[in-house]
Structure formats: C-alpha cells, structure tokens
Design a protein. Structure first.
Lengths: 117, 169, 556
C-alpha cells in the first residue's frame, strides 16, 4: 500500500488537522502518523470516525503522501498540498505553523506571493 | 412513531397500511396512492376514515377529485432537504381540503415553522424529543416577512397597522 | 439607502438567536454535520478547504461607511485582516471559527447586515444594478424592488428547501450591469405606455456546467403583481424541478426539458390562481421603501467644472483614471466612480481591513456615506462631485486603489479557486495575478480597450468564465492544473456563452496562450473594435489556428 495520512477539519475552528500517532489531531502534516499498512489504516480511520462522533473533527479521510528520509511528509495530490500548506496567494496566510511550508510551496509551480512575484 | 398534532404530542389513531396488508373492517387507515386508486370504492364503503400517503413525486393534483372522501393526506419528506411537500400542502389547502395534513419521513424540528406556515397540522417525529423542543422552534420569530397559509400577520401588514394607528393619533 | 425598522431589526436579531441555538446543538453533538450543513449554508457558512468561510450579504450591493467599518472590524477580530468581494454583491471571510460565528453575526446585525440566504438551496440574496439611483438610463431604482423581493424571499416557508439554489437579480436599464440573463430569474424594470412600472421577467438563466441564457417568460408583469408572479414561478419549480441529480436541478434545466411554452403556461395557470390574493404589493409599502432611496441632497452644479478639466489636462494619470473608471451621473456636476479591486498582482476582490476603513472614510467625505459592490468584484462610489474627483483619486492612490483598469484585461473576475475552495480543480487567483503582471503596462491595456477576462477554478463557474470575452476554466489533468480557454462570451445585454476553443493549456503555457489570442485580436481588429466584436466578426477559426498550429499542419 502507498503511504497515507488521515486528515480532517476541526469542528470548532474548521482548520485542517492530521491524525498523529498519539491519537491527537495535529495542525501540521509533519506531525501526522504515516501509515503504510491497510489494517493499520482501517484501524486509524475507525478512530477518526469516533473523533467525528465525539465532535472533535469533521469529514475525516485518508490522503496519499510521500515521506522523505528527513521526516518531511508531503501530499501527492496538488489539492492536498494546498490544503496542507495554506493558500498560495498570500504568503502571510499560509500555514506558518508548518515548518518548511515555503519550501513546499516553492515546489508547487508557479507560485506568486502577495506583492512578490 | 410519536405524533405531534397542533403542537401537542398525541396518540396516533391511524393505521399505516402496507399495500399487501389485509384491510381491517373498521378504523382509520392510511394507504398509498396506488392502493387508493386500486381499492377506492372498497375503502370508501367501509367504516372508518381513510387517508392517502403521497410520495415527493406525487402531486396532490392526483387526488384532487377524491379529497371529499379523505380525512388525512400524509406528505412524505424523503429527506428534510426535499421541500416539494411544502408546496403540496399549500395546494391541498387551496383545493379546499380541510382534513389533517401530516408530514412524514425525515421530519426535523428546524423545519417545523416552515411546515406550520405551509399548513401542515400534524407531524410524525423522532422518538425522544419533547413537545417543548418543537414548540420552541416556532416561536423564534415575532413576525414573518411574507404571507403563507398560517394566520400570522406578515411584517408588511403590521407596518400598515402601525401607520394607521399613527394616523389616528 | 434602506434602513431597518423595528420589524426588520427584530427579525435579523431573531435569526441570529436561532442560528446560535443551531450552532450550540452542533457543537454539543445533538445535531450531526449532515443535519447542520444545510442550516449553516442557509446562513452563509461553508466549510471550505482550509477553514469555515462566511459569506455576508450586501443587500443589492449598497452599504454605508458604518457597515464598511464593521466589516473591517470583523476582518480583524474574527478573520485574518481581509475580506473578499464576490460576484454576487457579497463579502466573504475565509477564516472564521464556528464557535465565534453567532457573535460575529450579532455584530453584523448591529449595523443591519446579515448572512441570510447567501448560500443553500433557497432564494439567494437578491442583487441589483450597482449604478442604481445614479445612472441616467434607468427606468426606476432597482434597489426598491430588490428590497421588496428580499423581504418576500427571506425565510420563505415554502421555498427554503428547493432542488437547488435560486438567484434573482433586478435591473432597470437597457444596459445590463447585473448579469440579468444568467440568473434563475432576472427582472428588468420597464415602463408601459401608460407610464406604469412593471417587469420583464427572464427565467432559466445560469452558468455552472450547463450554461444557459434566460428566456423572457413575461414581457410586462405589473408592479403590484411582482410577488404573485415570482411565487408562481417558484411553486412550479419547487414541485417539478428535478431532484434526482443536483447538476440538473436548477430551473434552467426545467425550462429546457419542459419547453418554454409549456412551462410558461404552467406558471401562468398558477399565477392566475394567486394573482388576486394578499400577495399584491400595496402602494403604501412600495412608497415606504421608495422613500429610503430618495436621491441624496445633491448640490446644484454646472455640468462642466473648470478645475476638473484643468486637472485632467495637467495630470495624464488622473485623466487616464477618469477615462477608465469614471462614468456619467444623471445629476449635473456629479460622477459615478468605479474603484477597481484589481491592483496589479493582487487577488481580485480582496480588501484589507485597513483599506476598508479608509474606503469608509472616503465614502463619507465624497459620496454621501454610501458604497456599492459590483458583480465584477469592484466597488462604486455612486455620487461624487466632479470637482472633488482629483482629491478622491489621490486618496485612493494612497491606499493602492486607484488602478484605472475598469473593464480592461486586468479587471478580471476570478473565483477563489483551489487556494480556498473545496470544490475547485485548479487555482484561479494565481493565474489572475500572472495575467495582471503580464499586462501591467497601462498603455497596452488601454490600447486593448474593453476586454472581459473571467477565470473559474472548476466547472461550477463561479468565476463566470462562460461569459468572459475570454474565459478560463481550470481543470485537473492527472493532478496537474490545466486551463481551458473559451472565447466570445458576454454577461451583458449582448449575452452569449463562450465557445471552447480547443484542448486545455498547462499552467505554464496558459498565459502565453492568452497573449497569443490577444495579439491576434490586435492584428485583426478594425478601428476601435472591441475584442468581443472582432471575435464575433471573424469567428473561432483564426483563433484556433493561432493557438493550435500543429493541428492545422496535421490536417494539411
């Protein structure tokens, strides 16, 4: 199976979150638990659905990622990269809490920031 | 299923009859449109009132000629987001139907005000909800903006009254 | 402008209270997301890609400085310091927290604003001509009628769970500044031979994946019958509109599948049943609402202002802005000023909280405390003395909002696209930014003249690409952003749906492709001919062969 992480939006503020290995929902994709085993993925999705029942998150689903040796986790799909790193239109509104998000965005071509081409 | 009629939880005296179920000799029954059309004479001849249940794609025009024979029309909400039955309820009133108009299916309290305003007077609701929960949802607003079936005076009429009162001093 | 009376005020406060209860039930788990979703949408609240998004109505596009300051406060307090003006006279906030939305709405209610019916499968907030009450060519002030429709449609008990969204727009002129022909119902105010006011009713327009131009259902519905006619259309739609497929649920599909004549007959039959009912709009109510839209206290001025003419002569940049953004007012000595929200390289329609406050001050000083929002994601000061245009221009320049590009190639509509929207396939704003930089040269833009470029990030067409003279539609090709080009659309009185010109271009190539299209237009145009008119004259073939020369080679 490909590498996957589980993501959702938090109920109370709507922000994008990722399921971490301790069962908490982390703001940063770098803290997400990378799953590469079907059984484990199912187990974690069940946990995510329970979190939805528990009014913590909304709409959990798994996304495909690649994990580099240095621990960098990046979504495969373009949409999920934008979702993980924030809008590409305003550098100031991108997820500052994701270390290295600018580097990720630089990989998404082309990118233009507010006032900076 | 609990029945909320005219704002009160009441016992439902109507039997929902499946199409292949035996027709009881007496008592109030609700049947599908198909069964009504098939067994019409038999249903009228027996003792006890008859109601017809319409699905969301069966307009009340289909039973317009029969309304004098019916004491109840149940209008289905297959999902609370399917709002066709609001218009059906308005039409039933316009056709002169004076019996019970019952909302059945996915009937939730956040739509109660709409249903009441369109002329539903009975609703089959989920078990576990109180009368007070339901009644609270129809008292949110002091006045609606537009006329509908209910007697509530719309904002426009209230303005006219106020202006008339002001003119009289 | 319209001001709430006690009834409007309590209604909006009651709506806030109702929604506060619904949010509390959602947060406590009493209500599931599935049950909550339609309820929050009907109050303008989406859950988007990154966060919740709240769409606030600017009823028929008119708002005051006090309201603009409140929007600035909301942007700062509940969001990230900016707002985004949309194509339907709304402003969107991209980062509100669910738990704070009821408080936010209560703050809006304090200044007579709300988010009621800015989304959901209901009658959406009604839009109108942004020049209403200022332009010479109108039959009546469209906002009066938009307000009447707003009141009738607000929480309409019968039409709140329609098959799909339902948009109504009102205009009063032969010039269409409100995209009338692409609304579910478009109303054009007319005067009959007896001098009475009535409505030409267009039904069944829309964009989305099946774009359609509306058809005239009725040439003249008398003013007192407006609501009964609307109710007849809505009832027929609610009963017979498709519910099996959300992409076929708009009234445009019902018109198409039933046929114009048949559907019109159904509407007329229903209308006759209810025409003489309490749906008649009483004169006192029309006059009451009309009184709110009385002209502001204009000064008696000469049509020509010498100082203004000298400033134009002395300052070519100012002259260019006047030429580009300022249009005639019906009151001598006054002008209508368009404020472009498309500065070079920035997201179309975005305004920061600081800019909002400055704009509020400027509107107070220069335009009777009143601002308009347009469907092209710009703002309008409707009543500015021409003797004060120079000062206004300078002050706008200080906040970066004196771009003279109204109607030009860089005055683009762009939907939020994949940067914000959960439905999008590709980004729209960064593409707009790139085009804006490519055509940064104002001389070049003015040479090109009127050129409406519109970008949508998916087939739902929020960026109006079907009606762009040049339209760009973002598509996802195996995870890559591609853009399909359409040519020849128009959302104005010469309504047309653009034609797809050929296979989509990659994100890397699409700006060059647009430049090729525009260069070809420059080669082919007759004197002063607009892009759209050249396209209509020469057809698609020259553009196809310019964009896809290899296909011609293959065919040869």
């Amino acid at each position: 199976m490909t590498q996957q992480v589980i993501t959702a939006n938090r109920l109370n503020d709507g922000l994008v979150v990722f399921l971490a290995s301790d069962g908490c929902w982390a703001d940063s994709i770098l803290d997400a638990q990378v799953l590469s085993d079907d059984t484990e993925l199912d187990k974690r999705l069940t946990m995510a659905n329970a979190a939805e029942q528990a009014k913590i998150i909304v709409g959990p689903y798994a996304i495909e990622v690649t994990e580099a040796e240095d621990g960098d986790v990046r979504p495969v799909r373009f949409r999920e990269r934008i979702r993980a790193y924030g809008p590409s239109t305003h550098a100031d509104f991108a997820r500052q809490d994701v270390p290295g998000h600018l580097r990720h965005l630089d990989d998404v071509s082309p990118v233009y920031f507010n006032g900076v081409g | 299923m609990p029945l909320l009629k005219d704002g009160k939880l009441v016992d439902d005296g109507w039997l929902q009859l499946d199409d292949d179920a035996v027709l009881p000799e007496a008592g109030a029954v609700v049947v599908s449109l198909a069964r009504w059309q098939q067994d019409r004479d038999h249903l009228i001849a027996r003792t006890g009132p008859v109601g017809v249940r319409l699905t969301a794609d069966q307009t009340p025009g289909l039973i317009r000629a029969d309304l004098d024979e019916l004491a109840l029309v149940a209008l289905e909400f297959p999902a609370f987001t399917n709002g066709r039955a609001y218009s059906y309820a308005r039409l039933l009133h316009r056709y002169g139907f004076a019996g019970e108009i019952r909302a059945v299916g996915n009937v939730l309290r956040d739509q109660y005000w709409n249903m009441q305003r369109c002329g539903f007077n009975a609703l089959e609701i989920e078990a576990g909800e109180t009368e007070a929960d339901w009644v609270a949802t129809v008292t949110h607003y002091s006045a609606p903006y537009q006329v509908a079936h209910d007697p509530a005076l719309p904002v426009m009429s209230l303005r006219e009254r106020r202006m008339a009162a002001a003119a009289q001093g | 402008m319209y001001r709430y009376d006690e009834f409007d005020r309590s209604f909006v406060n009651e709506r806030v209270a109702e929604f506060r209860g619904q949010v509390a039930r959602r947060m406590s788990g009493e209500m599931s997301e599935e049950e909550f979703r339609p309820l929050r949408l009907m109050n303008g609240l989406y859950l988007q890609l990154h966060a919740y998004m709240l769409r606030v109505a600017i009823p028929y596009g008119t708002f005051s400085s006090v309201q603009m300051r409140k929007l600035a406060h909301i942007a700062r307090t509940y969001d990230r310091g900016y707002g985004h003006f949309t194509t339907r006279q709304n402003i969107q906030f991209n980062w509100p927290k669910l738990e704070q939305v009821p408080v936010l709405l209560a703050e809006l209610a304090d200044v007579e604003m709300h988010a009621i019916q800015t989304s959901g499968n209901c009658i959406r907030n009604v839009t109108a001509d942004p020049y209403a009450g200022a332009v010479a060519d109108e039959v009546d002030d469209s906002r009066i009628w938009a307000e009447i429709v707003r009141q009738w449609s607000t929480l309409h008990p019968e039409f709140t769970y329609l098959g799909r969204k339902f948009k109504i727009a009102v205009s009063a002129s032969d010039f269409d500044r409100a995209v009338i022909r692409f609304h579910d119902i478009g109303l054009i105010i007319k005067r009959n031979e007896a001098g009475e006011i009535g409505f030409q009713v267009w039904v069944g327009g829309g964009l989305g994946r099946t774009p359609m131009i509306a058809k005239v259902f009725n040439e003249f519905v008398p003013q007192e019958d407006l609501l009964s006619y609307l109710e007849a259309v809505l009832r027929v739609y609610n009963m017979y509109g498709r519910r099996d497929n959300k992409y076929k649920a708009r009234i445009k599909i019902l018109v198409h599948e039933t046929g114009l004549e048949e559907l019109r007959a159904q509407v007329d039959a229903e209308w006759q049943e209810i025409r003489n009912s309490s749906l008649k709009v009483p004169d006192y109510e029309i006059e009451r609402i009309r009184s709110y839209f009385a002209p502001p206290p204009f000064e008696k001025l000469d049509a020509v202002d010498r100082g203004f003419e000298i400033k134009k002569f002395e300052n070519p940049e100012f002259a260019r802005w006047v030429n580009g953004n300022v249009v005639a007012h019906r009151q001598p000595g006054y002008k209508i000023v368009n404020i472009s929200l498309k500065p070079e390289g920035l997201p179309p329609g975005d305004v920061t909280a600081d800019q909002m406050e400055e704009l509020a001050d400027l509107a107070e000083t220069y335009s009777f405390d009143e601002i308009r929002a347009t469907h092209e994601q710009n703002l309008v000061f409707a009543h500015v003395k021409q003797s004060e245009l120079f000062e206004l221009w300078q002050e706008l320049g200080e906040i970066g909002l004196a771009m003279p590009n109204i109607g030009k190639v860089t005055d683009m509509i762009a939907c939020p696209g994949l940067d914000y929207c959960a439905l999008a396939n590709a980004r729209a704003i960064p593409l707009a930014q790139r085009i804006s930089r490519r055509y940064a040269d104002l001389d070049k833009q003015f040479d090109l003249g009127e050129l409406k470029l519109k970008i949508s990030g998916c087939i739902n067409a929020c960026g109006h690409h079907h009606v762009g003279h040049i339209g760009l539609l973002g598509v996802d090709r195996r995870g890559e952003e591609y853009y399909q080009i359409t040519l020849g659309g128009s959302g104005a009185e010469d309504a047309a749906i653009g034609s797809i010109i050929g296979p989509a271009f990659s994100s890397a190539d699409v700006v060059d492709a647009i430049e090729s299209v525009i260069s070809l237009y420059v080669e082919l145009r007759d004197d002063n001919e607009r892009f759209l008119d050249t396209y209509r004259r020469v057809g698609t073939a020259p553009f196809k062969s310019r964009l896809y020369p290899e296909k011609l080679d293959a065919a040869a």
